[in-house]
Design a protein around this ligand. Structure first.
Ligand SMILES: *Cc1c(COP(=O)(O)O)cnc(C)c1O
Length: 437
């Protein structure tokens, strides 16, 4: 097996050149469960949970908090694993809340995001005892205050603030800009306004601030720049309004290795550097350190996942390109179509063959953008019936899957201690028509 394939330690090869994932033969999984198939490595998920948990505990002690951003991958078994690892969660919809509740997740440890919570969303979340709301805007603040009053309860909240980090300076940053659709901007004064407003709401308990600036960050730099702006804002609000946050949540966005040329995130080092900065800067600003939260989504689940496909039609257009078609596509992996995401792929039974054929891997949907990856190399013997693996598909794949072209969503099988067990069954054709009246 080429080094380019071994992008995570749960990927290996047996003596027959067959792909092993989390210690299980992927060809046997494809045979047993059919394709396309999502495979997830439970041990790896737990390992990532504990590496964040340990790093954050080491750095911040009792004042560290870690939330899994469950939009990255949301189904019942994931919430059970996250609960048993003692992580908190982010949820962004009634569907995610419902799934977590059904999994028996302790909802006092859930934080409800979303830039547009309807009254029904708010009622549903209160009904299900969601611990914190991450309030995005003044309109939501007032609706939540009113509805909490109707329920005769006091709702804990943190406020989403946009630190206004310049995306030209920090390339990967997309959601922390002043003109983001999320949160209230510090720069325009709206963050201060919403804070002052929140403190007056009789049915809301102000507990802190939240921000989230980007994704695929492999180093501490952007988090440190963000923390600096947020801590200055915290100090400013303390002096102006006399409030002090119990929690400062710095969001997620930790990077994951999709292809061999990318680094592997060093969780300890990154959290350590961020923590070092925060402690110093709090002293400099003359403020106590609030509890510090992080919300990794992708980094918890991405490399625990793998998708298995069966190769179908091969088509060479002489002088142009070769297409390898698989039995899935943009319905189970929309990320290349959405933003040109990069992936590592391998023919699961042919790891001992040279990948000497340049080709594009495409799906079966009626859409020319239905591409998994372009210009990659697979063995020239690749043919109909081969099993093709696409790595690092644990985050934003199942959670973004669709039924375009009336294609049923794949099953999810988990592997724990080298044993496979089903976690989500494959959708059937009847599942598709069951909603039709
Ligand atoms: C998406 C999101 C996250 C997680 O981002 P990752 O890149 O998956 O770590 C965390 N917090 C908020 C508010 C988000 O929207």
């Amino acid at each position: 097996m080429k080094d380019e394939i071994r992008i995570c330690k749960n990927i290996s090869e047996n003596e027959n050149g067959e792909l092993m994932f989390a210690g299980v033969n992927t060809l046997e999984l494809a045979e047993k469960y059919g394709t396309p198939l999502y495979v997830m490595d439970e041990n790896r998920i737990r390992e990532m949970c504990s590496s964040f948990r340990d790093a954050i505990a080491r750095e911040f002690g009792e004042k560290g908090r870690i939330l899994y951003a469950s939009k990255a991958c949301s189904f019942k078994r994931i919430y059970e694993i996250i609960a048993s690892e003692k992580l908190h969660i982010d949820v962004v919809s009634t569907g995610e809340i419902h799934t977590a509740v059904r999994a028996g997740f302790p909802m006092q440890n859930a934080y409800f995001h979303s830039n547009n919570k309807t009254d029904n969303d708010i009622k549903f979340a209160i009904d299900n005892k969601v611990g914190h709301f991450v309030v995005d805007n003044v309109e939501e603040l007032e609706s939540l205050n009113r509805i909490a009053g109707e329920f005769g309860m006091k709702q804990k909240i943190i406020l989403r603030v946009t630190p206004g980090i310049d995306p030209h300076t920090f390339e990967a940053v997309a959601t922390g800009k002043v003109d983001s659709k999320f949160g209230s901007a510090i720069e325009t004064g709206q963050a201060e306004e919403i804070t002052a407003h929140a403190l007056k709401m009789e049915n809301l308990i102000f507990e802190g601030f939240h921000c989230h600036v980007g994704s695929e960050l492999f180093e501490a730099g952007v988090f440190i720049d963000t923390a600096k702006i947020m801590l200055e804002f915290v100090a400013d609000m303390y002096h102006k309004l006399g409030c002090f946050p119990e929690l400062l949540d710095l969001g997620g966005g930790f990077g994951v290795r999709y292809i061999a040329s990318q680094p592997t995130l060093d969780v300890d080092k990154t959290i350590g550097e961020i923590g070092g900065f925060i402690k110093n800067y709090c002293v400099q600003l003359g403020i106590e350190m609030p509890s510090i939260g992080f919300e990794p989504g992708r980094a918890i689940v991405a490399d625990s996942g793998l998708t298995l496909y069966t190769v179908g039609t091969l088509k060479t257009i002489p002088g142009y390109k070769t297409y390898v078609s698989v039995d899935g596509g943009m319905t189970d992996n929309i990320r290349y179509a959405l933003y040109g995401a990069e992936y590592t792929l391998a023919v699961a039974g042919k790891l001992n063959e040279d990948p000497d054929m340049v080709c594009s891997v495409v799906g079966k949907c009626c859409e020319s953008g239905d591409i998994i990856q372009e210009n990659i190399k697979l063995p020239s013997s690749t043919s109909r019936g081969d099993i093709l693996a696409c790595f690092t598909t644990g985050a934003y794949h199942y959670s973004m899957a669709s039924n375009y072209n009336r294609i049923p969503r794949p099953a999810i099988v988990m592997i724990a201690d080298k044993k496979d067990y089903p976690a989500v069954r494959r959708e059937t054709l009847d599942d598709l028509t069951n909603l039709d009246i």
